[in-house]
Ligand binder design. Sequence first.
Ligand SMILES: Cc1cc2nc3c(=O)[nH]c(=O)nc-3n(C[C@H](O)[C@H](O)[C@H](O)COP(=O)(O)O)c2cc1C
Ligand SMILES: CCCCCCC(=O)C(=O)O
Length: 356
Amino acid sequence: MNTLITIREYETAARAVLDPVHFDYVSGGARDEVTLRENEAAYARLALLPRVLRGNPKRTLETRLLNSRASMPIILSPTAFHKLMTGDGELATARAAAAADTIMITGMAATVAVADVVAAARAAGGGDVWFQLYLQTRNDITAEIVSRATDAGVTAVVVTVDSPVLGAGDRNIRNGFTDLPPGLACENLRGLGGDPTDRVRSIELSAELSWEHLDRLRALTELPIVLKGTAHPDDARLGIEHGADAIMVSNHGGRQLDGIPATVDLLPDVVAAVDGRVPVLVDGGIRRGTDVAKALALGASAIGIGRPIMWGLAAAGEQGARNVLEILRSELDHTLALLGVESPAELGSDWVVTKP
Ligand SMILES: Cc1cc2nc3c(=O)[nH]c(=O)nc-3n(C[C@H](O)[C@H](O)[C@H](O)COP(=O)(O)O)c2cc1C
Ligand SMILES: CCCCCCC(=O)C(=O)O
């Protein structure tokens, strides 16, 4: 029997089994964790306004995003180092995402190489895999990483732009968590060390990056590009001008700039700026199906979850991640029934009210 029935219970279960240093790495945020808390609190400040007697007996959650389809508008945001959570790492995550028939964004900082992640998803029968990229200042390195991901069969590249420098997690500083334990590495950077050994190159985060680097990426790949980490409406507009095919409103789960607003509060202005030209996704603080419905009503085409998957993996490996996805699917379906709608597409901003 599955005794854990909420995402919050998975967080508690993860805390009970994980090394506290790794639990803090996953669950913590930057500095005072104001944004981390705000991401969740902002959903609680929004209320849903249902309609009644609409004769809608059936519902569908099926979602199309870029060239991919998913069984629901809930996808897996990229998170680093899944082997800290469970032995199989990203392989377990890929199987869970495939079982849920949804999209997994595998990270550049994954502890399993992208080719193995895609193979695991395919062997489990499905689910597209997208690849998250930190642009590197050296274009040849970016090109090699993207080429590996493309050869592996990913169907989109998600470029994270909110990390000119590493976020400062006070919990990590206090815990002295600065490196992966021996035996674990960012496998997507293996052999990129520039020497004949199998050295794993370090991921470079750089404040030198500019829109020109995105232009170079656009010239490198025909895969759809999702810009992840845009908060300002003008940056969403610029992203589209520079070739982005989708915008993901994200503050990195409150792990980069502390004090940036909650993503659901940023979403409406970005949606307005994008004006229907490309899909808008959002992540950060989503813990309930009602949160998903609020984000969709405010214009998101889909939402991403980060920590809930990590907690699921820690608590019960692949099965835990599967359960997390099914909890959110079932809660979203139930929420749509209570709202009186057949599909996410019917939701709009008049389904949400801000509580006084
Ligand atoms: C442990 C952890 C590692 C993360 N690693 C990455 C990463 O490598 N690249 C990235 O773009 N975002 C990363 N993120 C941010 C997530 O993609 C996502 O934006 C965030 O987790 C969403 O918030 P949530 O955890 O409240 O769902 C990470 C988040 C966590 C919690
Ligand atoms: C330079 C290493 C990048 C690791 C990215 C992990 C991450 O984004 C996060 O923990 O948040």
